[in-house]
Design a binder for this molecule. Structure first.
Ligand code: HDE
Length: 688
């Protein structure tokens, strides 16, 4: 039993359970199992006996392998890592996790929101970006999204939002998508969603990779220093690889090509040692700044432009270890926005306040016990001790009688148990700044009434291609809506955001421009912000990206080697694709093994493609629909295509045009492969 260690101790040390090796197989109660192939029967062909506890235990356990999936964010992918604080912010926060040089273990779970656990990775959807820091002062869970604002202002609207966006109640479709009646019916009746809708309809909801998206804490939080002084803060994660999204047609085709595109991408990158990294940034501001803004910093449908409060980078997150077991770690991880160490505090954001209750409750229902904090992935890495006892699945064995406080047991020579910590959380809670109180009332603050200014700010801060994508997404989604009034009502709202956007959407839908909806408060023009655009924050790099290289019998070995070497030098991943997985016989007479077979490796799974074919090889591939689509889709998805002379007939058949993204196989290709060619798009499809 050398590999067995099923105890759980304070501090969540690693818990391994033997899964093979030379260990003897036993029942869950330790009885050795001699035959794992046959149930116990009365005679070789007789009935199975009820006394077969080996069989019964195995099937019993199997029958209960699933737990309720998360009501939202059910589909997720997790990884372990490290956070290192790189800047001294002790003047702002006393939290140990921010002490310069401090290294803190983390677990991160990325997710889509609307789909079930078995849904696909690439729908148009918000992505969850939840980080659990196992700090030495207790767990801090920063449970954010890849978008800095949210659909609603008050927690009481969350069940309505989620009911509306998830599959419709009677027909149970669509899975994982907002392009349907109930979502747009609800959203068009809720002007406060408008800012978030701009983000949701942008390419932010089509990230190329978890590794290439930003993360945001969304709410305003507080930082509290050692003397109890509080400041407001917004948290940001900035990806080292820069921002990159796919385009809609590509996302649709990715869904067909690989349901696990983003999960695989994350796992393979970490597995290959290409550890994804993000910098943690903070926007810090005080009450005077908050009071001077035209929006309320407690309203989660608002952001603070980075041009107004620059993002200060204070640490680096590195994901460096894949999970050993998906269920034990990624499925059982339980994030609680209420987990904060001393030095960080909540604001009165009414959405955040609702979340502080919800997550504790949801974990009890999902994991079935109030002791979910004892599951290794959830347990703090620092010691934890209090007078809470018992409950389902209690795995700790507290010794002695000290399960109440105060007690005088220590004076009698017994263990008196833990005592209150003078610098514990309560201290910060009392001194974290002026909190508003007042008469009990069920109201929305007047300061939350502007629903359109920041939607306008977002839309107008995009470049022309991004604006066209937003308008086209509205058209696509609203075209799927059967309720006649809904698209009109939505466009009527959009007129408050931007008249041109509203006109484009109305034109795309083929409807008259409706009368402008009455705004609760007239929007104002804010100074535009480049930080809101993906295109202005992309990196021309092959790092973290993959190049698909299509070869066939007769491909020039020298050309292939040169392209592979150049891509690898540029830190890209070169992936060889051939009609047969066994490979192709190259010009040098040698067989080159393929990494992927053509039909199963379409160009949408790559960031750029090279097509290296001889004249004969090309003739053979002209008959293969998959190879024509390989080139056609690479072009349609605005990717670089580097081609040998022999490949020209294939490019012609695929309708590949000529622009700076279509190159030979020289250095121009590797340079082009680090980019996307958005200028190409208007020649390919009509955007709204
Ligand atoms: Fe969540 N949310 N949420 N949410 N949320 C959950 O908790 C909820 C909100 C977010 O990878 C649930 O463990 C309410 C905002 C992420 O495990 C649940 C409200 C933001 C994840 C829940 C919100 C988020 C969740 C479902 C409105 C961005 C996945 C399972 C008051 C800042 C965490 C679970 C993971 C998960 C409730 C709003 C992000 C039901 C009531 C705003 C990333 O508790």
């Amino acid at each position: 039993m050398s590999k067995r260690d099923v105890g759980i101790g304070k501090g969540g040390e690693t818990h391994q359970v033997a899964s093979g090796g030379s260990d003897m197989m036993t029942t869950n109660h330790g009885v050795p199992v001699s035959d794992n192939q046959n149930s116990l029967k009365s005679g070789a062909r007789g009935p199975t006996l009820l006394e077969d506890f080996v069989l019964r235990e195995k099937i019993f356990h199997f029958d209960h392998e699933r737990i309720p999936e998360r009501i939202v964010h059910a589909r997720g992918s997790g990884a372990h890592g490290m956070f290192e604080a790189t800047d001294d912010i002790s003047d702002l926060s006393k939290a140990a996790v921010f002490m310069k040089g401090e290294k803190t273990e983390v677990f991160v779970r990325f997710s889509t929101v609307a789909g079930g656990a078995g849904s696909v990775d690439t729908p148009r959807d918000v992505r969850g970006f939840a980080v659990k820091f196992y700090t030495r002062e207790g767990n801090w869970d920063l449970v954010g999204n890849n978008i800095p604002v949210f659909f609603i202002q008050d927690a009481i609207k969350f069940p309505d939002l989620v009911h509306a966006v998830k599959m419709e109640a009677d027909r149970a479709y669509p899975q994982a998508g907002s392009a349907h009646d109930t979502f747009w019916d609800w959203a068009s009746l809720m002007p406060e969603t408008t800012h978030m809708l701009m983000w949701a309809m942008s390419d932010r909801t089509l990230p190329r990779s978890f590794r290439m998206m930003e993360g945001f804490g969304v709410h305003t939080f507080k930082l509290v220093n050692a003397s109890g002084k509080a400041n407001f803060v917004k948290f940001h994660w900035k990806p080292r690889l820069g921002l990159q999204s796919t385009i809609w047609d590509e996302a649709l085709k990715l869904q067909a090509a690989d349901n696990d595109y983003q999960r695989r991408d994350l796992f393979e990158a970490i597995d290959a040692g290409a550890f994804p990294q993000w910098d943690l940034g903070i926007q810090v501001f005080d009450q005077a700044f908050a009071d001077a803004q035209p929006y309320d910093v407690l309203d989660a449908t608002k952001l603070i432009p980075e041009e107004d409060v620059p993002v200060r980078l204070i640490g680096t997150l590195t994901l460096n270890r894949n999970v050993d077991n998906f269920f034990a770690e990624t499925e059982q991880v339980a994030f609680l926005p209420s987990n904060i160490p001393p030095g960080i505090d909540f604001s009165n954001d009414p959405l955040l306040q609702g979340r502080l209750f919800s997550y504790m409750d949801t974990q009890n229902s999902r994991l079935g016990t109030t002791n979910f904090h004892q599951i290794p992935i959830n347990a703090p890495r620092c010691p934890f001790a209090n007078m809470q006892r018992d409950g389902k699945m209690q795995t700790l064995v507290p010794k002695g009688r000290a399960n109440y406080e105060p007690n005088s047991l220590a004076e009698h020579g017994e263990d008196g148990g833990p005592r209150e910590a003078p610098n514990g959380f309560a201290t910060t809670n009392l001194t974290s700044g002026p909190d508003e109180t007042g008469d009990k009332q069920r109201v929305r603050s007047e300061s939350f009434a502007d629903h359109y200014s920041q939607a306008r700010l977002f839309y107008r801060s995009q470049d022309e291609h991004e604006q066209a994508h937003i308008a086209s997404s509205f058209v696509f989604e609203l075209s799927k809506v059967g309720l006649l009034d809904v698209p009109r009502r939505m466009v009527a709202n959009l007129r408050n955001v931007d008249e041109d956007l509203a006109r484009r959407v109305a034109d795309g839908l083929g409807i008259e421009l409706p009368t402008k909806a009455k705004a609760a408060r007239e929007p104002v023009d804010m100074a535009l912000s480049d930080a809101l655009s993906i295109h202005k924050n992309m990196k021309d790099t092959l790092e973290g990206r993959a190049v698909g290289i299509l070869i066939a019998d007769g491909t020039d070995a020298g050309q292939l080697d040169a392209v592979v070497a150049a891509v690898t030098r540029a830190k890209g991943k070169a992936v060889i694709i051939a009609p047969k997985i066994g490979g192709a016989t190259l010009s040098d007479g040698k067989v080159r093994k393929a990494d992927g077979q053509l039909a199963g490796s379409p160009s949408q799974i790559f960031d750029a493609v090279a097509i290296i074919l001889s004249n004969e090889g090309c003739q053979a591939l002209l008959k293969e629909g998959a190879s024509v689509e390989f080139a056609m889709n690479a072009f349609a998805h605005l990717k670089a295509i580097g081609a040998s002379d022999g490949a020209q007939p294939l490019l012609d058949k695929a309708g590949v045009g000529t622009d700076e993204g279509v190159t030979g196989l020289d250095s121009a290709f590797v340079k082009a492969a680090a980019r996307r060619f958005y200028d190409r798009e208007p020649t390919l499809r009509t955007l709204a």
